[in-house]
Design a binder for this molecule. Sequence first.
Ligand code: FES
Length: 106
Amino acid sequence: PKAVFVLPDGSEVAVNAEAGTNLMSAATQAGVEGIVGDCGGNLACSTCHVFVDESQVALLDPPGEHENEMLEYTAAPREPTSRLCCQIVISEKLDGIRVRVADPQV
Ligand code: FES
């Protein structure tokens, strides 16, 4: 499946992500700027913060309790479609998902 990251400057990076992997690893492997993933996907860093395209939010399972808590500690202010992308597991139904990279990640 393909995932599209929209960078803070408006440019887009399309990444081929393997089903079963998470969006954070797909982004860091592809070198997407701004997705840091410091904690390796363990919900401990909030440096994989993205804003999911509003039209696609319904495709995702809602954030779990721990993710929800961690979303309060993101560097950029939380928005209604904020997610930690290490918790988004790629599948065929997410093909073409678009997320905006939160700026800045520290
Ligand atoms: Fe650390 Fe997602 S990679 S919370």
